[in-house]
Each structure stands twice: as C-alpha cells, then as structure tokens.
Design a binder for this molecule. Structure first.
Ligand SMILES: NC(=O)c1ccc[n+]([C@@H]2O[C@H](COP(=O)([O-])OP(=O)(O)OC[C@H]3O[C@@H](n4cnc5c(N)ncnc54)[C@H](OP(=O)(O)O)[C@@H]3O)[C@@H](O)[C@H]2O)c1
Length: 233
C-alpha cells in the first residue's frame, strides 16, 4: 500500500451517501475538518429521500448533483429491515426478508455506482468506497447464520470488484473498494453488540479515512478492514 498524503486535502471534493447514519455522519464531520465544509456534499434517505426500496430516487438523486467528486463514500446499509433481524439458521430464511436485504445492501449500492460513477474525474486518484462487512467474507465465515445479510454483502463485494475493472478503463488511477468499518456503535448494531468490544462512529470514520488516504490503484477492487489489512473475499 503506497502512501499518498495529499489525497484528502482542500481541493478534494467529497460526497457522502448515507450521511444520516452513524458512520456516514461521522465521516461528514471528519471530512469537514480535513477537506473543508464546502467540499463535503451529503445525501441520504432522511435528508434527501434517497431510498433503495424505490430505485427511481437513486437516478433522481444523481441528477441533482453537479460537478465532480474525487471521493464518494457509500455509507448506507441495513441489518434489520421492517423489524426483522438477521436469521440464526437457514430455517429462518424468508423470501421477502432476503429480498429486502439485497435491495438495501446490494442492488441499491450497485445502482449508486451505476448512477454516480460519472462524477469521478477521469484523471488522478479518485475513490469510490462502499461500507461492506467482514461477515460478507465467504472465506472468513466460521459461525454461519445472518444468511441474508452475509450474502447481500458478499454480492456487494463482487459488484465493487466488477466496477473496479470497468472504472480502470476510464481512469487508470481509480480506486473502488469495499471497507469493513469494524464493530461500531450505531442503531444498526446496538441490539447485537452483547459483550463485544466496539468503537464509536468518530473513531470508525477516522480509521476509514486513513485507509482511503493510504490506498492507491494497486488496491482497487479490494476488500479492506478498518486497519488497512485485506479481508479475503
Ligand atoms: N456498525 C457496525 O458495527 C458495522 C459493522 C460492519 C459493517 N457495517 C456497515 O456500515 C454501514 C453503515 O452502518 P451504520 O452502523 O452507520 O448504520 P446506521 O447508523 O443504521 O446507518 C445506515 C445508513 O443507511 C441508510 N439506509 C438504510 N436503509 C436505506 C434505504 N432503504 N435506502 C437508502 N438508505 C438507507 C440509513 O439512512 P436513514 O438513516 O436516513 O434511514 C443510514 O444513512 C452499513 O453498510 C453496515 O452494514 C457497520
């Protein structure tokens, strides 16, 4: 991993999608300090009506943007939808629940990439990062369970990898990556934390931005943990 200290600077324009979430909000706060408030554009379901259950809102949100973004972070995602949490075993898998998980964690981000890729400059380092989850790693799956969430994040990782190949043809310095943010205190995780250790969103955001600062094109298509280590697909 090469160091590129100048990426998050005062001329780096950024877009945080899912800015209403715990990690998304902390990314916005941290970026305002590094790239400056005018370089941070936000987009979310709460603030702008971007809803992955309604795909027209994705293309509509893209039409509302102008100018280019050197960094786009997709910090959306869901573990519990319509009050249905992750399955403990295959016997709990339900068609509608799994479909909803894929809509939010896989198809929504895929359509984000489709609609927002055009805002990445064709020259120099540009980054599109999406928040995935270590439980989406097939190789690292040791506990089972959480079937729909795991599968939807594994699908997301495949989309990031595929997009990285297409983006490389447009900009040979582009970086597309999936990031595992660690276990972070948020409304998504709160019911499932138990005695697990966690970090607060501000620390998670700092970790994610450190990874984004350090990665370069040689890392594109990769799945990274918050500490910069690679997670196997
Ligand atoms: N927290 C962790 O420990 C942890 C661990 C591994 C991976 N992650 C991943 O990190 C990401 C952010 O998680 P978080 O902890 O910050 O969760 P969060 O606080 O619940 O934030 C989730 C974000 O996703 C948005 N969202 C949810 N459903 C949506 C939909 N249908 N359409 C559009 N946006 C939608 C939310 O928008 P509204 O608030 O406006 O509804 C919010 O901005 C997720 O992808 C999650 O899987 C988190």
């Amino acid at each position: 991993m090469e160091n590129n200290n100048l990426f998050l600077n005062a001329s780096c324009r950024t877009l945080i999608i899912g800015s209403s979430g715990a990690i998304g909000g902390a990314l916005v706060d941290n970026l305002k300090k590094t790239v400056g408030p005018k370089n941070v554009v936000t987009l979310s379901r709460t603030e702008n009506g971007l809803d992955f259950m309604n795909p027209e809102t994705i293309s509509m949100s893209s039409r509302q943007q102008d100018g280019l973004f050197n960094l786009i972070v997709d910090a959306t995602g869901s573990l519990r939808i319509d009050n249905v949490g992750p399955e403990k075993s295959l016997s709990m898998v339900e068609y509608e629940t799994m479909l909803a998980q894929f809509k939010v964690n896989t198809i929504g981000p895929a359509l984000l990439i489709k609609n927002f890729m055009k805002f990445l400059p064709r020259k120099g380092k540009v980054v599109f990062a999406t928040l995935s989850a270590r439980v989406g790693s097939i190789e690292d799956n040791r506990l089972g369970g959480w079937i729909s969430y795991r599968a939807s994040k594994a699908g997301l990782n495949q989309i990031v990898k595929t997009a990285s190949i297409e983006a490389s043809r447009k900009n040979p310095h582009s970086v597309f990556l999936a990031i595992h943010p660690g276990t972070v205190l948020s409304k998504l995780t709160e019911p499932y934390l138990g005695n697990k250790s966690f970090v607060v969103p501000d620390e998670a955001a700092k970790n994610i931005l450190r990874v984004i600062e350090q990665i370069d094109h040689s890392d594109t298509g990769g799945f990274f943990s918050f500490d910069g280590s690679k997670v196997p697909y």
